[in-house]
Design a protein around this ligand. Structure first.
Ligand SMILES: NC(=O)C1=CN([C@@H]2O[C@H](COP(=O)(O)OP(=O)(O)OC[C@H]3O[C@@H](n4cnc5c(N)ncnc54)[C@H](O)[C@@H]3O)[C@@H](O)[C@H]2O)C=CC1
Length: 398
């Protein structure tokens, strides 16, 4: 069985735009063939569908980069223990995945394509199963317990939760974690948040949460959660961490609460190599959305080579400020860039950095977020119209 990255990418490109329908078909197939696994998933499957597609996108994106893909799959495998996933479930998932890809590929499906997907799935599941076993043998918890020890509301729609995680929680600045509440209405509904700080002695982490209208988890985290409440926490994931041993100038671009991810990186920079030149762009919709200015001032004070700019639309159409800001503040083609924020902002920054800035792919780091599935606040009047706010008395998941 051979895995051909080119064949996989071409095949994925055909089905990608039908992501939502494909994910629905996949779970319908899985639950019909194996009704016993339904209980492992949340009552509302929207979130889960996004997740499947997110993982699949990441796997296909990095299929010929084993240095990236294997650690990602290892973490994913170990992390899947919190869902109660067992080695025996993997063949069932693989069969439903191939059936789904086949159904949505139409005439583009061939024996060669099937062979490539089967080979890819075998690699993926073998790595994930082995990593889950290893985590079990190492005594790593399937999930951690987080206690909210502080909570601030720097602007009305954002809460910064300080969470003490127990037992000891390993992570690297730039990584994200998954959070679920004990609230029965959102049982097994997990959301991902970047860790907003470099490791601290007291084992706490900050999570920056924006309330998304109608978002079941974000509304509860911003408005409902109290100091003393407990959260379920999954394994730290993500590879948008600082490149080790590099001397290059740094560019950090944070959109909205993407500042959480970038703040952890800047804190790490402060501790490790503050002698490097660094530019921080804080991109926000308007002045009211800029928060945590005091922390930025502290970082500027402690890092003489760091400069920071608040980027506001200032009359430009919201979303168009990214290329303008980069034209003004780009530190040059020697730089390496770290991006976090809404998928559209990350895409716009990445496109500029590649096409105009001349940065190679390996020097632009950010999390992979499938745009189609990301819920963000509407940006333009047209978005507001399309994403009409949910009727408030219907509790809808994000
Ligand atoms: N690691 C990461 O990449 C992280 C990503 N996020 C994501 O960041 C977002 C945060 O939401 P908010 O704070 O409400 O941010 P927001 O929606 O207010 O956006 C922040 C800035 O990005 C710009 N922007 C938004 N969409 C854009 C587009 N399509 N093209 C160009 N620029 C665009 C906006 O103009 C604004 O200035 C969420 O989507 C969240 O999932 C949040 C934390 C970490």
């Amino acid at each position: 069985m051979t895995l051909d990255p080119r064949v996989l990418r071409q095949s994925f490109a055909i089905v990608e735009r039908r992501g939502d329908r494909m994910a629905k078909y996949f779970y319908a197939h899985l639950f019909r063939e194996h009704p016993g696994v339904r209980g492992l998933f949340p009552a509302d499957m929207q979130e889960q569908r996004d997740r499947l597609f997110g993982a699949l996108t990441a796997a296909v994106t990095h299929v010929d980069e084993p240095d990236v893909l294997v650690p990602f799959l290892q973490k994913l495998g170990a992390d899947h223990r919190r869902f109660g996933a067992l080695a025996a479930h993997y063949p069932a998932v693989g069969a439903s995945l191939v059936a789904t890809l086949k159904y949505f590929s139409g005439d583009a499906w061939s024996e060669e394509v099937e062979t490539s997907w089967l080979a890819a799935y075998t690699v993926i599941s073998d790595v994930m199963i082995a990593a889950a076993q290893q985590a079990e043998d190492d005594g790593e918890p399937a999930e951690w317990r987080g206690e909210v020890v502080a909570r601030t509301r720097p602007v009305p729609s954002v809460a910064v939760l300080t969470v003490r995680i127990d037992p000891e929680y390993p992570y690297v600045p730039g990584q994200y974690l998954s959070v679920a509440l004990h609230d029965p209405e959102v049982l097994n509904v997990w959301r991902q948040f970047s860790i907003g700080n470099a490791p601290r002695k007291d084992g706490t982490v900050d999570l920056h949460v924006r309330r998304i209208p109608g978002g079941a988890v974000s509304e509860r985290l911003v408005d409902g959660i109290r100091v003393g409440d407990t959260l379920r926490i999954g394994k730290a994931m993500g590879a948008a961490t600082l490149i080790e041993g590099s001397d290059r100038p740094l560019l950090f671009a944070a959109g909205g609460t993407g500042w959480g991810a970038v703040k952890a990186l800047v804190e790490e920079y402060e501790v490790t190599r503050p002698d490097r030149a660094a530019t921080l762009l804080l991109i926000a919709r308007d002045g009211d959305d800029v928060y945590d200015a005091e922390a930025v001032e502290h970082l500027l004070y402690r890092c003489p080579k760091l400069e920071a700019w608040a980027i506001l639309p200032n009359g430009a159409r919201a979303g168009e400020e990214v290329p303008t800001a980069l034209e003004r503040h780009f530190p040059g083609p020697e730089a390496e860039a770290y991006l976090a924020g809404p998928p559209g902002m990350v895409r716009a920054a990445r496109e500029w950095l590649t096409a105009v800035g001349g940065l190679p792919d390996e020097r632009i780091r950010h999390d992979v977020q499938p745009e189609e599935f990301s819920v963000t606040r509407p940006l333009t009047p047209a978005d507001w119209f399309i994403q009409r706010p949910p009727v408030p008395w219907i509790r809808r998941p994000e």
